[in-house]
Each structure stands twice: as C-alpha cells, then as structure tokens.
Design a protein around this ligand. Structure first.
Ligand code: HEC
Length: 137
C-alpha cells in the first residue's frame, strides 16, 4: 500500500492507538473499526478505501494504523497461522509461537482453554480481549 501523505502536524500520533483514533475515528466512530475483525490483506484494502474517501495522515501514522489493526483486529487460526501471525496477533514472543506450532503438529488445539493450559508465556489479558478473533480450525 502506498498511502497518501498528508501534511505533518504538531500533533502527529506516535502510538498505534493514538494513530487509529486520530485517523480512523474522525469520520465515523471507532466501533466501525472494532466491530469487524478481518485479515491483514483485507485491512490493507479497507484502509486504502478510507484513503480514497479522504482519510489523511502521514506515512508513519498509516504504518501505526496498520500495526494497530494487525495487533488488535486481525483473526488468527491457532492451528494453521504462521509464526509471524501468531506472534503479532497473540502478542507472543517467537519462542512461544514456536511452542504452539510444535504442539499443534502433534495434535491440533481444540479450544482456548487447551491453548492456555498447554502453552507457557501467553498473555491471558490478550487472549481474553481477542477471544472472538481466535479460531481453532
Ligand atoms: C474521510 C472519512 C473517513 C475516514 C477518515 C475513515 N473512514 Fe471508514 N468509512 C467512511 C465511510 C463514509 C464509511 C461508510 C461507507 C462504507 O460502508 O464503505 C466507512 C466505513 C468503514 C468501515 C465499514 C465498511 C467496510 O469497509 O467494512 C470500516 C471497517 C472502516 N470504515 C474503517 C476505517 C479505518 C480503519 C479508518 C482509518 C484508516 C477509517 N475507516 C477512516 C469514511 C471514513
């Protein structure tokens, strides 16, 4: 994606949360963004559509928006997603993501309870917050 580059302002957002609130909640509420998890490519297309509609920010801010969407609004399939996806979506380190892959290769995970019970190092608050985006297919 090559986002349109807007004018630099004194209040440039510097965190993913600040960027998404600044850029994505100016025309409609944040709930439009937080109601519809979708995969990373689909978020690219959505953000491009919003830029076409007039969303403006710096390239850095759009980078932060994509970070936010990847870390918070992207579904993950625990039994099939790759290591980067597991790390990004579960906010996990590489060792933890690799442990998930090693375990699912032997036997796929059934549900969140089994994931939490068998893998060390996952952040329970993240898992709780993202329950509806974590799949076991
Ligand atoms: C210039 C105004 C504007 C800005 C800024 C804007 N949007 Fe939108 N957005 C709209 C309009 C208008 C609609 C309703 C039309 C539609 O459904 O596509 C919409 C609808 C949506 C939808 C629901 C429709 C769909 O495609 O699923 C999502 C999700 C969304 N916006 C996400 C975002 C995100 C993420 C950002 C920040 C990058 C953003 N919007 C910034 C104008 C804007």
């Amino acid at each position: 994606m090559t986002p349109a580059i807007g004018q630099q302002t004194a209040t440039e957002a510097t965190t993913p949360e600040a960027a998404v609130v600044k850029i994505c909640a100016s025309c409609h509420g944040m709930e439009l963004v937080t109601d519809t998890p979708r995969d990373y490519d689909a978020w690219h297309d959505t953000v491009q559509k919003m830029i076409d509609r007039g969303a403006r920010g710096t390239q850095e801010e759009f980078g932060l928006v994509m970070d936010y969407l990847f870390q918070n609004m992207t579904p993950v399939d625990i039994n099939h997603s790759d290591v980067d996806m597991l790390m990004g979506v579960l906010h996990a380190d590489e060792k933890t993501a690799q442990a998930i892959i090693a375990r699912r290769t032997l036997r796929p995970f059934k549900d969140l309870a089994e994931l939490e019970g068998s893998i060390q190092g996952l952040d329970k608050a993240v898992l709780d917050a993202k329950k509806r985006m974590i799949y076991f297919q």
